[in-house]
Design a protein around this ligand. Structure first.
Ligand code: XMP
Length: 517
């Protein structure tokens, strides 16, 4: 396995994902972790990430000295290479020749890391690589014992190697897809130089996890809040394989789910897979609690709070449950624990519930804690979950509660469900569902005038939203074809009695958010 020391680069998670895609397990620790922690992790290689600081500044991060004394291969990327240089006796300077974006690298001499990997050959027969750069500082003097292995126009020293000790540095970012040979370079490091085996495959992950869960919970009973979302669904499938009838899922039908969603969840898990699922029909309770409430944050609190109450009631009935299973995944762990994985055993403020009861006596089992979303999806498929469930767009915990603007009423939820189902059905039919990151309908509780046949209509408005995004922090509205939007509008107005107007949301995030509330 490989250890990645994080110096704060926006790409650190990408490095981890690439290494795992290559088939090698890796984890991210903060750059200031202790020698002891590194030793306990027992990596076969260490990667130092990029970072926003300058090694020329005072008090900027450095790699623990033990990294260079352990005899383990080290690869420094961008800031990582600069700190290697600085710590091992070379020189880094802040340059006014900054490089951001595409650059071409010339291979220099022979190196274990780069030789034979190239996009083009220069007329003189040097390997040329198209890479992604993002740096202000640059190395100006090699550290002792190092040789130059690559140059670019902006960085004459763009790659360095100390081959006897297997220390390498790259100024460019092999982890981003713009560096076309990036995965090959990282493979070269982790497989050939570090000698890792590519064993981190989906069937391995499944087997390992099943074994680990069995060891952890023994013969105890486990309870899981199943939402129908990807993470909790994969946990359910995994635990079912691991401990079968020791697992009880609680599925709360809030009345704020999508069309037929409750029945689909029950069909997949209870009917097909034989998972024990308690379905709690809580529509009336939710509608009652939300009556007269219009403030979005208050609605969220009520929906989340009620979920906890109901979950608690059900858990109380299963007096012998000792464990609570959760769908926490690796990005949640990294984000909340400041990347020192394994240290703080945090409880994810569950996206569906916004916090668990404080007096909870259940112990936590979180089998997806080490996995990225794409690994969770692959695992779901491996465990036999249907592809449309595994590749479903995200759905907010408060459900339609935040897609019905203002007060939530059953009448509104029913109209919204129908409109949303038409939109999603057509996205699938036109092969557009997977091309957008998230798509849904929003109910606007305002009436507008329309005319249908000879009659005047005075009905509600539906807004359609579809966005493209990588991380959901920023998003652009999807440029769906006009003919497609036309079809959606006509179908919704014709088929959903009570809706007389459809609009398409053309706001980006920022400044708008993806959801309307
Ligand atoms: P926004 O609206 O903040 O949404 O741009 C970003 C992503 O988060 C989802 N979202 C939520 N998910 N509970 C959730 O579990 C919530 O209260 C919530 N609000 C927004 C949203 O669907 C989008 O994917």
């Amino acid at each position: 396995k490989i250890l990645i020391l994080d110096f704060g680069s926006q790409y650190t998670q990408l490095i981890a994902r690439r290494i795992r895609e290559i088939g090698v397990y890796c984890e991210i620790y903060s750059y200031d972790c202790s020698a002891e922690e590194i030793k306990n992790f027992a990596p076969k290689g260490i990667i130092l990430s990029g970072g926003p600081d300058s090694v020329t500044g005072d008090d900027t991060p450095r790699a623990p000295q033990s990294v260079f004394e352990s005899g383990i291969p080290v690869l420094g990327i961008c800031y990582g290479m600069q700190t290697i240089t600085e710590q091992l006796g070379g020189k880094v300077e802040t340059s006014n020749h900054r490089e951001f974006g595409y650059a071409q690298i010339r291979a220099r001499g022979h190196s274990k890391l780069l030789t034979g990997i190239e996009d083009h050959l220069s007329p003189e027969g040097f390997g040329l690589l198209d890479v992604w750069m993002s740096h202000g500082d640059r190395v100006t003097q090699l550290p002792d014992g190092f040789k130059l292995i690559a140059s670019s126009d902006g960085a004459p020293i763009a790659g360095i190697a100390h081959e006897e000790r297997d220390f390498y540095g790259l100024q460019f970012h092999p982890e981003v897809t713009h560096t076309k040979q990036g995965t090959r370079i990282l493979s070269r490091f982790v497989l050939d130089i570090c000698g890792c085996d590519a064993l981190w495959t989906t069937s391995h992950i499944a087997e390992d996890n099943i074994k680990a869960v069995r060891e952890k919970v023994g013969t105890d009973q486990v309870i899981l809040g199943l939402s129908g979302g990807v993470d909790s669904s994969v946990v359910a499938a995994l635990l079912h394989k691991a401990i079968d009838q020791q697992l009880t899922c609680v599925f709360v039908d809030t009345g704020l789910l999508r069309l037929h969603e409750g029945d689909q969840v029950m069909a997949t898990f209870a009917q097909h897979m034989g998972v024990k699922v308690i379905r709690v029909d809580a529509e009336q309770r939710y509608l009652h609690a939300l009556q007269g409430v219009t403030d979005p944050e208050q609605k969220r609190k009520i929906i989340g709070g009620l979920f906890i109450d109901i979950f608690d009631e059900e858990a109380g009935k299963l007096s012998n449950a000792k464990w609570l299973a959760q769908g926490t995944i690796y990005p949640d762990v990294i984000e909340s624990a400041g990347s020192k994985s394994g240290k703080a055993h945090l409880i994810k403020s569950h996206h569906n519930v916004g916090g668990l009861p404080e007096n909870m006596t259940l112990k936590l089992v979180e089998p997806l804690r080490d996995l990225f979303k794409d690994e969770v999806r692959k695992l779901g498929l491996e465990l036999g979950l249907p592809a449309d469930m595994v590749f479903r767009h995200p759905f907010p915990g408060p459900g339609l509660g935040v897609r019905i603007l203002g007060e939530v009423k059953k009448e509104f939820a029913d109209l919204l469900r129908k409109a949303d189902a038409i939109f999603i059905e057509e996205l699938y039919r036109h092969d557009l569902y997977d091309k957008v990151s998230q798509a849904f309908a929003v109910f606007l509780p305002v009436k507008s005038v329309g005319v249908m046949g000879d009659g005047r209509r005075y009905d509600y408005v539906i807004a359609i939203r579809a966005v493209e995004t990588i991380d959901f922090m920023t998003a652009r509205w999807a440029h769906l074809p006009y003919e497609f939007l036309d079809l959606i509008s006509r179908r919704i107005i014709n088929e959903v009695a009570g809706i007389s107007r459809v609009t398409y949301d053309i706001s980006g995030k920022p400044p708008a958010t993806i959801e309307w509330e």
